[in-house]
Ligand binder design. Structure first.
Ligand SMILES: Cc1cc2nc3c(=O)[nH]c(=O)nc-3n(C[C@H](O)[C@H](O)[C@H](O)COP(=O)(O)OP(=O)(O)OC[C@H]3O[C@@H](n4cnc5c(N)ncnc54)[C@H](O)[C@@H]3O)c2cc1C
Length: 362
């Protein structure tokens, strides 16, 4: 079958790769070249954080997220075989710290995990100063205790997206640059031209919001910094009653930092207020960030449905797969696997599937 993929972001690249492996002919259509993706996938912190996320999400996000981390390990090994490129993945857990005045937040979080996950919450470890110094020595200068979530991870998403593009090219996938004006059963309208396929998978993320009535954007802002004086191995979260900073490590002393989640569909540049808040919080975690350079500031919308869970809408010859919200990297493995099964008429999977008639495409 010739499958057209509308959107070459995270889902688009993963689905294209899996479909090529399954023997299909694949054409990815995106407004950007493979090197210059501007989707949410590129700016994301790419933390694989089922423990942190379950406190604000359904338990299915936790279960599928844990499976997702295992699946990423396999996929990264396979991508390395296919391309010779090793994508950085920090799989040594993540650390949560709180400033002295907010330290009561840490035991409160442990109680929240017990409430959500019962006995499984015993996996959350309490670190005293010595244990923190052994795990993340530079954090122990500022904090006297912490929580440790051993089963969390973090990917270098920019490298991953590049490696997926290489894998697609090696397997004969086609990448077509153009603006998709409309996607529907077996066809796409791209920059004024009609392109016909056996199936179309619409994975445009927030870019599909005009075609999907209940899809909304949730704005996120991140700064990318280069901090030669900072050496953190794992994602770090600063726990605060109102403001939660995260620091996601990348190779070569680079860090993605973020915090904000705003119910807004604007993708305008990062504001001074957000930058000030992020940078002050960052400096308070580690003084070495004072000399860091800011390499990029990005704001993008996460694609979300009202329940903040992904969903598959199936029309004859047309599939909308969307709603990954703030869990794109965490949940993509299970969503991609479910789509692959559905294409083989196997119904089972954790995410809701809505069946529609072809005539009802918006
Ligand atoms: C600031 C921020 C931080 C995040 N951090 C994390 C995290 O730590 N962990 C995690 O798991 N998830 C995180 N996410 C969420 C994750 O990035 C998204 O859930 C994921 O990228 C969604 O994947 P997608 O393929 O559906 O959409 P996208 O990645 O946005 O890809 C959509 C693609 O479609 C293309 N497109 C759209 N419209 C058109 C059109 N009309 N014509 C042609 N092409 C089009 C775009 O160019 C893009 O390439 C974060 C997101 C943001 C914004």
């Amino acid at each position: 079958m010739h499958i057209g993929i509308a959107g070459g972001g995270l889902l688009g690249r993963l689905l294209a790769w899996q479909l090529l492996i399954a023997g299909h002919q694949v054409t990815v259509v995106d407004r950007d070249t493979p090197e210059n993706s501007a989707g949410a996938c590129r700016v994301a912190a790419a933390m694989l954080a089922p423990w942190s996320e379950v406190l604000k999400a359904e338990t299915v996000v936790f279960e599928q997220g844990l499976n997702g981390i295992a699946q990423w390990q396999q996929w990264l090994a396979q991508l390395q075989q296919e391309t010779g490129e090793q994508v950085f993945c920090s799989d040594a857990g993540s650390v949560l710290v709180a400033h002295r005045q907010d330290r009561a937040e840490l035991p409160r979080l442990r109680r929240d995990w017990q409430h959500c996950l019962g006995d499984r919450a015993a996996a959350v470890q309490v670190l005293d100063g010595a244990a923190l110094a052994a795990l993340e020595p530079e954090l122990a200068r500022q904090f006297s205790d912490a929580l440790y979530l051993p089963d969390e991870a973090c990917l270098d998403n920019v490298h991953l997206l590049a490696v997926l593009a290489t894998a697609l090219e090696k397997r004969g996938g086609r990448w077509y640059v153009g603006n998709i004006e409309q996607a529907g059963p077996q066809c796409m309208q791209v920059s004024g031209e009609r392109h016909v396929f056996d199936h179309v998978l619409d994975v445009r993320g927030f870019g599909a919001h005009e075609a999907i009535a209940d899809l909304r954007g949730v704005r996120g802002e991140v700064l990318w910094v280069h901090a030669p004086e900072v050496q953190l191995r794992r994602p770090v979260r600063l726990v605060h009653p109102r403001y939660q900073l995260y620091i996601a490590p990348r190779p070569d002393h680079r860090y993605v930092i973020g915090a904000t989640e705003i119910e807004s569909e604007q993708e305008t540049p990062v504001t001074v207020r957000s930058s000030l808040e992020l940078l002050s919080a960052l400096y308070a975690v580690h003084r070495g960030f004072a000399e860091a350079t800011i390499e990029h500031a990005f704001a993008r919308c996460r694609p979300a449905y009202p329940d903040n869970l992904p969903r598959i809408d199936a029309y004859p010859g047309y599939w909308q797969v969307n709603g990954l919200y703030r869990h794109g990297y965490l949940l993509a493995p299970s969503l991609v696997s479910q789509v692959m099964r559905l294409l083989q008429n196997k119904e089972e999977g954790p995410w809701p599937v809505r069946q529609h008639l072809a005539e009802s495409v918006a």
